[in-house]
Design a binder for this molecule. Structure first.
Ligand code: BES
Ligand code: MN
Ligand code: MN
Length: 454
């Protein structure tokens, strides 16, 4: 049986197997899920063995293990490195899920559950494509190295150590990743740019302890008011970030790229529907697509302090906190931006409070040309799986490993994503379209198979 017929014959088995994977609550940010993380890493290792990988290792790191597999049984054929992640974001708020986050459920042509789109479902697409090639041809027709890590959702903190210590071992002719989205349903897409991400936490302290607001209110600094005022000053009325120097290194989009990105079959009305807000906003002078993919941002992710429980409490809190991040674009430098943001926040604060500023993580943006012949093979494969020619897009999200790999090995990185923009990644009711899941397995198998044909 050829591999495409085999894939077709395995539809039900593949989907059931994916559901097993999704039932493991491999939330990387919470220590209570450590056993689930270990369990998920073993699960991936077993599936690599099923796909005929003679070498499979679970490699411990300072935090969560990564799974590494190698099948080098096709001398003279190209070598690809596939990267994905088995960890997921926390499922909270639980009450907003229609079916429980870790009980995968089919509904309306989609599979619902945490990790369906980001990224377990997409990793499984590759595992099953490889298993089909191995089954149909007796062995994998090209050389494949696989990294599936467990720390992507917390910034891939320890992965880089592994890469730098195993540079020779990880050498490949191309990197292949499925951890992104299609532009829209029915529009297979290859992503050639991602934004970088810097993440900061700010702690503002006023009084030495919480104070009675009647006894002290009006005569002492309130850190929540001061933090709110400071944060409000970080953007101007045109939605530009006011941090001095923030835009200095931002690369100007060429007229050609600007035209290409704005002519994609992307519908603002669909985007509005997905967002669901009464209106959109953003940096003056740029289209929504440009704002999302090519412009840097400064975002407030969370702000807290004082009393937030039931009823009322009259208090001047001693502390206020905020989690702030910046998405970065070429050629911004993460270290430089972090310093600029810290300097500006400190400059805006009055002398009546202290400020602790922590940089939790930093990551560079990535944009690369797509002229290498491998991209023609990717287009062809996606056409086989989805019946349509692929488009080249940039995206606003971040995948630290892609930037690191591209910097280190300078190899082409093929990002073929099978998610959709409205699939609620990181949110309640995350799902993957079954059409994309099944089409993805075919496309990826055709892609790997075509790479073997020189
Ligand atoms: N798969 C996403 C990245 C992504 C999302 C790329 C959408 C393109 C489109 C990844 O799992 C993710 O969520 N990354 C984090 C960064 C990380 C450092 C926590 C992100 O982008 O917030
Ligand atoms: Mn992901
Ligand atoms: Mn994610």
């Amino acid at each position: 049986m050829n591999f495409l017929d085999y894939i077709e014959s395995r539809r039900a088995d593949n989907l059931n197997e994916l559901k097993d994977f999704l039932r493991i609550p491999s939330v990387s940010t919470k220590s209570e899920h450590k056993p689930d993380i270990e369990n998920a890493s073993r699960w991936v290792a077993d599936r690599l063995r099923d796909a005929g990988f003679p070498q499979v290792e679970i490699i411990p790191t300072k935090m969560h293990p990564l799974v590494y597999g190698e099948s080098l049984q096709s001398p003279g054929k190209p070598t690809v490195l596939f990267y994905g992640h088995y960890d997921v974001q926390p499922p909270e708020p639980l009450n907003l899920w229609t079916s429980p986050a870790f009980e995968p459920t089919e509904r309306g042509g989609n599979l619902y559950g945490r990790g369906t789109a980001d990224d377990k479902g997409q990793v499984h697409i590759h595992l099953k494509a490889l298993a089909a090639l191995k089954h149909a041809e007796g062995k994998l027709p090209l050389n494949v190295k696989v990294i599936v890590e467990g720390e992507e959702e917390v910034g891939s903190v320890n992965l880089w150590d592994f890469v730098t210590n195993n540079k020779d071992r990880l050498k490949a002719d191309a990197l292949v990743v499925s951890d992104t989205s299609m532009l829209a349903r029915g529009v297979p897409s290859i992503t050639y740019g991602l934004r970088g991400l810097n993440y900061y936490q700010v702690e503002i302290t006023g009084a030495a302890q919480d104070l009675h607001s009647g006894v002290f209110g009006g005569a002492v600094p309130n850190p929540i008011t001061i933090l709110a005022e400071t944060i409000a000053k970080l953007h101007d009325k045109n939605f530009r970030v006011t941090v001095p120097g923030f835009y200095d290194d931002v690369a100007k989009l060429s007229a050609k790229e600007r035209k290409a990105l704005n002519s994609l079959p992307w519908k603002e009305s669909e985007f509005r529907n997905t967002v669901g807000a009464p209106g959109l906003c953003g940096e003056k002078g740029f289209t929504t697509v440009e704002r999302l993919w090519t412009r840097p941002t400064l975002e407030l992710n969370g702000i807290w302090g004082g009393y937030t429980g039931e009823g009322s409490k009259t208090v001047i809190p001693a502390k206020a906190f905020a989690k702030i991040s910046s998405r970065l674009v070429p050629n911004q430098k993460p270290e430089k931006i972090a310093k600029q943001v810290e300097r500006q926040i400190r400059a805006l604060l009055p002398k009546t409070v202290h400020c602790k500023f922590d940089v939790l993580s930093m990551g560079k943006p990535w944009v690369a040309p797509y002229s290498h012949p491998i991209f023609q093979k990717a287009i062809h494969a996606l056409e086989k799986g989805f019946g349509k020619k692929a488009v080249f897009i940039r995206e606003g999200g971040s995948i630290p490993f892609v930037t690191q790999m591209h910097d280190t090995f300078k190899v082409p990185c093929v990002l073929m994503g099978f998610g959709l923009p409205d699939e609620n990644a990181h949110a309640p009711d995350e799902h993957i379209s079954l059409e994309n899941y099944f089409g993805g397995i075919k496309a990826v198998a055709v892609f790997y198979s075509s790479l073997a044909q020189a």
